[in-house]
Design a protein around this ligand. Structure first.
Ligand SMILES: [Zn+2]
Length: 448
């Protein structure tokens, strides 16, 4: 009897020792939590965001504290404690925080700042207080927007017209450009911190209420200053266009064969689909192509030259009302010049540039788009075929195609459009040597 009891006691002691040893080993672990900070840059602004990932797979997390510090100024950004069981540790093994910080609201000033993350686990280490990780991220608070100096004293712009804005920024910027109402036009660095922005006011705008230069630095500090401008309220004609049965019968099959989604049933229904749905799609694609960052150097030496020996058949900015059997059936803006010469006339590049599009483009038919740098583009439509490949560099006057009637063209002609960063503009300005010299080339060359 005594012997059994003795064995039992020994077994209990042994079991206790094993359990104790195991617990000690397991609960006295000395692996501190892992802390990962992401999303921060070395220069922080008035509003920034960050992500903190904290992990402790062994004892779990006991508490977490995140704060921003600048000399004696301290702001707690996050503080959280988790329940820790004496035997099992904490059940929270991982935590992800997404924080958004507005340091000015917390009383911080420009200068060095530290972001500190402290995390403690549920271990018995350090007199049962746990293992501590402390991670510091050093950065600089920049609360000052970049300085902007306008170099253009007064900018003339007409409805549907273009303009050049020159300005200088005081520091490297992350984003800069010009606003015309709600349209944003990128500024291109032309010399050091000097920027040039070509802008175009859409013919569809009723007026000009916002004409500003915007610059934003890496830290997100943003400045928008007004441009001194003179706005010319240019008028554009409204034009009545009669749709003949012959025209519809001649042109609609081209669209029906190319676009299975075209509206069928009658020639008029097809025309309405082409003139409204397809036109919108085509213009959207043109805007998209001509809104991209222009990688070409600006090599314009003088005015553009469109189709030589041609008669102007239609103006830019015409508002067309389409009549069918005496009834108005559709409307559209005409966003280029229609120039007619002999049938199959050679089409020269209006200025030096690079082919960025060559393809069939709905109402425009076979189309070529050239990039001239600074976000300036020209478009040539209703061409006979596609004679220049994308990527080809062309000189001013180099033949890029021949006139024809592809797309929504009644007779053989060239439809010539000029675009400034996605906006169709009045080509006549760019074809005018005086305008190009005084408004564009003169101010640009004065920088050099
Ligand atoms: Zn046209």
């Amino acid at each position: 009897m005594g012997k059994i009891l003795k064995t039992l006691v020994w077994l209990l002691i042994l079991g206790g020792l094993i359990a104790g040893g195991f617990l000690t080993f397991y609960r006295f672990e000395s692996q501190p939590p892992e802390v990962k900070i992401s999303g921060l840059s070395p220069v922080l602004g008035r509003d920034f965001a960050l992500q903190i990932k904290i992990k402790d797979t062994r004892s779990g997390l006991r508490w977490v504290k995140v704060f921003l510090q600048q000399e004696r100024q301290v702001a707690i950004l996050k503080e959280e404690a988790f329940p820790v069981s004496f035997l099992k540790g904490s059940g929270v093994k991982e935590k992800l925080y997404r924080l958004r910080v507005k340091p000015v609201e917390k009383g911080f000033a420009e200068g060095p700042v530290s972001l500190v993350v402290e995390a403690c686990d549920g271990s018995w280490q350090h007199a049962f207080r746990g293992n501590l990780t402390r991670k510091t991220y050093q950065a600089r608070l920049d609360l000052t927007p970049p300085a902007v100096t306008l170099l253009s004293a007064r900018v003339y712009i007409a409805r549907g017209g273009s303009a050049l804005v020159l300005y200088r920024v005081g520091e490297p910027v992350a984003q800069t450009g010009v606003y015309l109402n709600d349209h944003f036009f990128r500024g291109y660095a032309v010399k050091g911190h000097t920027y040039a922005a070509l802008v175009g006011l859409p013919v569809t705008e009723k007026g000009l209420t916002r004409f500003t230069v915007m610059a934003q630095d890496q830290a997100g500090n943003r400045l928008e200053i007004p441009v001194n401008f003179y706005y010319q309220r240019r008028k554009y004609p409204v034009y009545r266009l009669r749709l003949s049965e012959a025209f519809l019968a001649r042109k609609m099959p081209e669209f029906l064969s190319r676009y299975p989604e075209a509206q069928k049933g009658s020639l008029l229904k097809t025309f309405l689909w082409v003139n409204e749905v397809l036109r919108r799609q085509n213009n959207q694609e043109i805007r998209e192509i001509t809104s991209r960052l222009s990688k070409e150097p600006f090599r314009l030496q003088g005015a553009m030259k469109a189709l030589p020996h041609a008669a102007k058949k239609s103006d830019f900015g015409e508002y067309r009302k389409y009549y069918y059997r005496g009834r108005k059936v559709s409307e559209a803006w005409h966003l280029g010049l229609d120039l007619a010469s002999v049938a199959g006339a050679e089409v020269p590049a209006a200025a030096p540039g690079k082919v960025v599009f060559a393809g069939y483009l709905g109402i425009y038919g076979n189309t070529v788009i050239l990039d001239h740098g600074l976000g300036l583009y020209t478009l040539y439509a209703h061409l006979a075929g596609l004679e220049v490949p994308v990527g080809r560099e062309v000189k001013a006057g180099e033949i890029i195609g021949h006139t024809d009637t592809t797309g929504l063209a009644g007779g053989d002609h060239l439809h010539f459009s000029v675009l400034v960063q996605g906006v169709f503009v009045q080509p006549l300005e760019w074809l005018d040597p005086q305008w190009v010299r005084y408004r564009i080339l003169g101010p640009l060359s004065a920088l050099r």
